[in-house]
Design a protein around this ligand. Sequence first.
Ligand code: HEM
Length: 151
Amino acid sequence: MLDQRPFDPARFASVDAMSLAPLLAEGPVAVIHTILAVMAFLLGLVQMALRKGTRRHRMAGYVWLGLMAVVALTSFWIHTIRTFGPFSAIHLLSTLTLIVIVYGIWTARTHRVQAHRRSMIFLFVGALVIAGGFTFLPDRAIHDMFFGASQ
Ligand code: HEM
């Protein structure tokens, strides 16, 4: 049977809406880091799907690597997880990301297609998707944004 009662918002009071508060609480650098990471994820998907070797591929590639570089660099000003002094294991991934960005540009400019392809796949899957996935671990800001803070 259909629920015939009039609509009463109070009945939905226990359903928590997604809140930006946990992310905003991390400060402006984390907000910029997150926005640019999401942009890099979307542009990365497009770049992977489109034809390679074209002028558009080169232009979008430089924009993407620029986004990835700023995502990795801004992470050095975020210190929520403190494993080694103010840094965490994810900062090792940020360092590796910066090295692979330089290697990826070098292999593209010297036309070493297979090495370039591997380095870009590493950046997209190994850095962006995996680091993005880690943000859904309990007690991290993105997790708390979607699922609320753990008690
Ligand atoms: C879609 C992708 C990503 C999202 C949504 C994201 C989001 C965030 C957020 C919200 C924080 C601060 C709050 C917290 O730690 O919970 C953070 C921290 C951090 N992110 Fe990302 N990030 C992404 C990708 C990346 C990538 C690609 C890297 C490195 C290559 C990276 C490296 C880090 C590091 C090192 C920290 C600091 C961890 C700490 O010690 O607290 N993130 N990220």
